[in-house]
Design a protein around this ligand. Structure first.
Ligand code: 6PG
Ligand code: NI
Length: 186
């Protein structure tokens, strides 16, 4: 006879998933060497400080399936640079992704393979269509947790090495304002 299967729920105000098991990955300052411009500021900070948590639904992972996860990016800075995710291209470059802002204030930094840059404000309700061939990084420019829900291809994978030299723009606080700085190369 017909039965209802209960889907997971997400709290739209906090990004908390109702259902376990969840897969959870915590990224601390110690996990992000070379990511922030201010190296001595990074060394002096508490290495155990959590920068972000990613919680994912434990769903099918075969070809054609989708992953669903929430990134909770904490407020903070290293030197004058705001807390951010490491950022990545997908290993399968053509795979896009969708981010939905849930809470907090921040930016989504996008950089394509030609080095073309875009910055989108992330707020509750913002929808971000990340095209294929485009690296993405979340930046928390506010004073509360920035949470964003994401849906992406289970086979997309991550390529962190391609941007190990960093994104071309950095987002910093100067004179109490959010400023975007172009990185000088060479
Ligand atoms: C993904 C998503 C997203 C991302 C996290 C952490 O492709 O998996 O973009 O879940 O992984 O926001 O960011 P980093 O993977 O860059 O550390
Ligand atoms: Ni991604």
């Amino acid at each position: 006879k017909p039965v209802l299967s209960q889907p997971p729920h997400v709290d739209w105000l906090t990004g908390a998933f109702s259902r376990t098991p969840l897969l959870r990955k915590t990224t601390r300052l110690a996990d992000l060497p070379g990511v922030f411009a201010d190296h001595s500021g990074w060394q002096q900070a508490d290495p155990q400080q959590i920068v972000y948590d990613v919680e994912m639904l434990d769903t099918l992972s075969g070809s054609g399936e989708l992953f669903t996860g929430v990134t909770h990016l904490y407020p903070g800075k290293v030197g004058n640079e705001y807390f951010m995710t490491r950022g990545h291209f997908h290993a399968l470059r053509e795979q896009g992704e969708v981010y939905f802002g849930l809470r907090g204030t921040g930016l989504l930094l996008l950089q394509d393979e030609q080095g073309e840059m875009h910055l989108e404000p992330v707020v509750a309700g913002s929808v971000h269509i990340i095209p294929g061939y485009t690296a993405h990084r979340l930046i928390n420019t506010g004073t509360e947790i920035l949470s964003a829900l994401a849906v992406w291809s289970s086979t997309a994978g991550h390529d962190y090495a391609a941007l190990a030299g960093g994104f071309a723009w950095r987002v910093v606080e100067e004179n109490r304002q959010v400023q975007v700085r172009e990185v000088q190369n060479g």
